[in-house]
Design a protein around this ligand. Structure first.
Ligand SMILES: [Zn+2]
Ligand SMILES: [Zn+2]
Ligand SMILES: [Zn+2]
Length: 659
C-alpha cells in the first residue's frame, strides 16, 4: 500500500478474511500507522510480506469502483519514480481534498448555480490555423500520442485552434484536458470554453471550495463532463478515453509544483499521453527552450501561427540606453526623457499607459554612507524594503517589519541613504510629473485585500485610471484596448539573477509586456529602459524574434551544459544551525564524489542566492546528468546517511524551475 508520507517504499498490511472480497487495486483503505490511522492506497498484492509483524487493514473505504484507475496508478507511479517522491504523495496530489481525507461524499452547502452562457460557434479559421488543425485532427482520430508545439504570437488565435481540436475529440467520443496557468484562468477564459461546449465542461481551480472541486471531479469521473479545464493539478482529471491534452502557455513556471511531489504538469502531460495515446498541444508565444529544442529535433511537431488576428500590427518597441541617459542627466532619473515625453503625449490625447517594474516597495536598499552598513532582515539574508505608504521597512520574504533607523546601528552616523527603485517610488514619481493623471498601483502589496485585484483591473478597463503601475501581475492576459503605451522602467531586474534561465525569463517577460500595447485599433508603442541594451534577450524581444533568441540561448545552454542538454537534480539542505547545514552539505558532497561510476557532474555545495530565509540557512548541491532516474538512484544511498539527522531538512527537486 502507498500512504501520503515522504517514505519511498510500499507498506505491507494483511487482509482480514471479512475484507477479502472488498480489497481491490486502486481502492482506499484505513490502515493503522503507529498510533495513528491513515488513508492508504492499495497498489498491489503479495503472497508473502517482505517484513515481519504486519498489521491488519482496518476497513476498505471504497465500496464500489476504485477511486484511482489503472491509468492514474501508472501515471502517479511514474511521477514518484521520476520526481523522487513517494507513490502515496503522488496519488495524494492527483485526488481532490475530501478523498485524500478518507471521505466518500462532500456536498457543498451552496452548490454553484449553473451559469448561463451565450453559445458561440466556430470562427472560420485563418489559413495558418486551418493547416495546424488538419494535422492535429489526424493525430486525434488515429489515437496517436503526437506532441504539437503551437508557436503563435500573442493575439494570433491559439485558443481557436484549441477549441476546434477539442471539438474533434468530442465528436470521436473522446475527452480532453486543458491546462491554463492559474493566473490566466479568469472568468473570461472559462467562459470561452463554456460558451462553446456548455455543460460538458468541468472547471478545476483553486478559487473553488474543496467540496465544489470534488463535485467537478465527480462529473469527470462519472463521464457527465468530458472536458476538464483547470490549472496544474487538472492534469490528473479522472477522464476516460482521453483524446487530447492542451497546455496553454506551456513555458509557465507555475506548472511546476513547489512541494512534493515536485512535478511539472507539462511533462506529466507528455507521460499521460504516452500511456493513453492522446495527442498533446503545447501552446506558447515564447516556448520554453526545452520544448522548442525538441521541436527543432523533430521529437515534437512544430506548428507556427505568425499572423495576428485582423492583421493587427505588432507594437513598435524603442529601447532607451540608461547608461547614456545617466551621463546626460545631472542626477539619476527614473524616467528617461523619451518615456516622460511619451507619457505626457498619451495623457494629452486621453489615452492609457501601463508602467512595468518587477520590484515592489519604495526603496529596495537602505545603506549607511559612512560605514556601508545595509539594513537587512533579522530572519532572512535580504535587504529590507522601505514602504512609503506605511513608512515602515518590510521584508518581502518573511514579512518582518521594522521602523527605518534614524542612525546607523553600526557606526551611529546619521547619513543614511535610500536606494533602489520599487513600484511605490515609480508611483510617486509619476504623480509628481503628471499631477492631473489618475494613477493606480498593482502589486502584491496593493492587492493583499481580497477582491482588490479585480477592482483595480475593472477600473482601469473603464478608464477610471490613466496610468497603471505594476509588477508582472499586469503583464498577463488582460486586453485593454485604450492602452497605447507600455513602459518597462527597468528590463534588467530579471536579467541580473544568478539563474541559467535569467535570459529566457527576461525575453518572455518583455514579450508579454509588449503584448499589452496596441490591443485595440490604435497601434501600440513600447519603451524599454535598460542598462544592457545589447543583451540578446533584450535585442531579440524588441524585434519580436523568438527564433533569433532561441538560436543565441541554445548556444549558451550547450556551452555550459545546462538543460535541455542535461537534466538537473537539486538537493536542498535547510536548517536553523548554519554549521550543521554546511557540514551536512559537505558530507553529502564527499560521499557523492567518492562513489564510483557516477552518472553525474556535481556543482557545489554552495549557499543559495538568498542564503537565509525565515531563520533557515539554505545550501544546495546540483547534480547534472542525462537521466534523472539514474541520478536519483545514485543519491538515494548518500541521502539515507543524512536522513533523520536532527534539525536538518533535505529535499530533492528534479528539473527545478528556479535556482
Ligand atoms: Zn512590500
Ligand atoms: Zn554606518
Ligand atoms: Zn525576512
Amino acid at each position: 500500500m502507498a500512504v501520503g508520507l515522504p517514505v519511498r517504499k510500499p507498506f505491507h498490511y494483511s487482509i482480514p478474511p471479512a475484507l477479502k472480497d472488498k480489497v481491490e487495486i486502486g481502492k482506499r483503505a484505513w490502515v493503522p500507522f503507529g498510533p495513528r490511522r491513515l488513508v492508504g492506497y492499495i497498489t498491489g498484492f503479495v503472497d508473502r510480506p517482505e517484513v515481519e509483524g504486519i498489521k491488519d487493514i482496518i476497513s476498505v473505504i471504497d465500496d464500489e469502483s476504485p477511486v484511482i484507475d489503472a491509468e492514474l496508478l501508472a501515471l502517479t507511479k511514474w511521477i514518484a519514480d521520476y520526481y523522487h517522491a513517494s507513490w502515496g504523495e503522488a496519488i495524494d496530489a492527483a485526488l481532490p481534498g475530501p478523498l485524500k481525507k478518507g471521505k466518500i461524499k462532500a456536498k457543498p452547502r451552496h452548490p454553484l448555480a449553473e451559469e448561463e452562457y451565450e453559445p458561440t460557434g466556430n470562427f472560420k479559421p485563418t489559413h495558418e490555423q486551418d493547416s495546424a488543425l488538419k494535422s492535429i485532427r489526424e493525430s486525434i482520430s488515429k489515437g496517436r500520442n503526437d506532441v504539437y508545439l503551437l508557436h503563435g504570437i500573442t493575439g494570433s488565435g491559439k485558443t481557436e485552434v484549441y477549441l476546434q481540436s477539442i471539438e474533434t475529440a468530442l465528436k470521436l467520443g473522446k475527452t480532453a484536458i486543458v491546462l491554463v496557468p492559474e493566473i490566466s484562468l479568469t472568468p473570461q477564459a472559462i467562459e470561452r470554453f463554456k460558451s462553446r461546449f456548455g455543460s460538458v465542461v468541468a472547471v478545476l481551480h483553486s478559487r473553488l471550495l474543496e467540496s465544489e472541486r470534488f463535485l467537478e471531479w465527480k462529473k469527470l469521473k462519472e463521464g457527465t463532463a468530458k472536458i476538464a479545464v483547470g490549472a496544474r493539478s487538472a492534469i490528473f482529471a479522472p477522464v476516460k478515453n482521453l483524446g487530447l491534452i492542451v497546455i496553454d502557455e506551456e513555458h509557465e513556471t507555475s506548472y511546476k509544483q513547489d512541494d512534493a511531489p515536485r512535478y511539472n504538469a507539462r511533462d506529466v502531460a507528455i507521460e499521460r499521453s504516452r500511456i493513453t495515446g492522446a495527442a498533446v498541444i503545447l501552446g506558447s508565444a515564447t516556448p520554453s527552450i526545452e520544448s522548442y529544442q525538441k521541436a527543432a529535433a523533430g521529437e515534437y511537431r512544430l506548428l507556427k501561427i505568425a499572423e495576428r488576428i485582423e492583421k493587427r500590427a505588432l507594437p513598435k518597441v524603442d529601447i532607451i540606453d540608461m547608461r547614456q541617459e545617466r551621463l546626460d542627466a545631472k542626477e539619476p532619473k527614473i524616467f528617461s526623457r523619451a518615456l516622460e515625453h511619451a507619457i505626457s503625449q498619451v495623457m494629452n490625447r486621453r489615452g492609457q499607459v501601463m508602467l512595468f517594474m518587477n520590484r515592489r516597495g519604495f526603496s529596495t536598499f537602505i545603506n549607511c554612507r559612512k560605514c556601508g552598513y545595509v539594513v537587512t532582515c533579522r530572519y532572512c539574508n535580504v535587504s529590507m524594503t522601505y514602504h512609503f505608504d506605511t513608512r515602515r521597512l518590510n521584508c518581502h520574504y518573511c514579512n518582518y517589519q521594522a521602523d527605518p533607523p534614524e542612525k546607523c546601528p553600526k557606526c551611529k552616523s546619521g547619513d543614511i541613504r535610500y536606494f533602489g527603485i520599487g513600484t511605490q517610488k515609480i508611483e510617486s514619481e509619476a504623480a509628481r510629473l503628471f499631477p492631473a493623471a489618475r494613477i493606480a498601483r498593482m502589486d502584491t502589496d496593493a492587492t493583499a485585500k481580497r477582491g482588490s485585484h479585480g477592482r483595480i483591473l475593472s477600473e482601469f478597463k473603464k478608464h477610471k485610471i490613466d496610468i497603471l503601475i505594476g509588477t508582472q501581475m499586469i503583464a498577463k492576459g488582460h486586453d485593454f484596448p485604450r492602452v497605447t503605451l507600455v513602459g518597462v522602467v527597468s528590463a534588467d531586474t530579471a536579467l541580473s539573477l544568478p539563474d541559467f534561465r535569467a535570459s529566457e525569463r527576461t525575453f518572455n517577460l518583455l514579450t508579454q509586456v509588449a503584448g499589452r500595447a496596441g490591443r485595440g485599433s490604435e497601434p501600440g508603442r513600447v519603451i524599454v529602459q535598460t542598462f544592457s541594451p545589447n543583451h540578446y534577450a533584450i535585442e531579440k524581444s524588441i524585434e519580436h524574434d523568438y527564433v533569433g533568441f532561441f538560436a543565441e540561448e541554445i548556444k549558451f545552454r550547450k556551452e555550459l551544459n545546462y538543460p535541455p542538454f542535461t537534466h538537473i537534480v537539486e538537493i536542498k539542505l535547510r536548517g536553523r544551525k548554519e554549521e550543521r547545514v554546511i557540514k551536512a552539505a559537505h558530507d553529502l558532497a564527499a560521499i557523492l564524489s567518492e562513489a564510483k561510476g557516477k552518472p553525474v557532474e556535481m556543482v557545489g555545495p554552495a549557499p543559495e542566492f538568498i542564503s537565509k530565509i525565515k531563520g533557515q540557512f539554505r545550501w544546495n548541491l546540483l547534480l547534472k546528468g542525462e537521466d534523472p532516474k539514474a541520478i536519483c538512484g545514485f543519491i538515494d544511498k548518500a541521502l539515507d546517511n543524512l536522513r533523520g539527522k536532527s534539525g536538518l531538512i533535505i529535499t530533492v527537486d528534479v528539473d527545478p524551475m528556479g535556482l
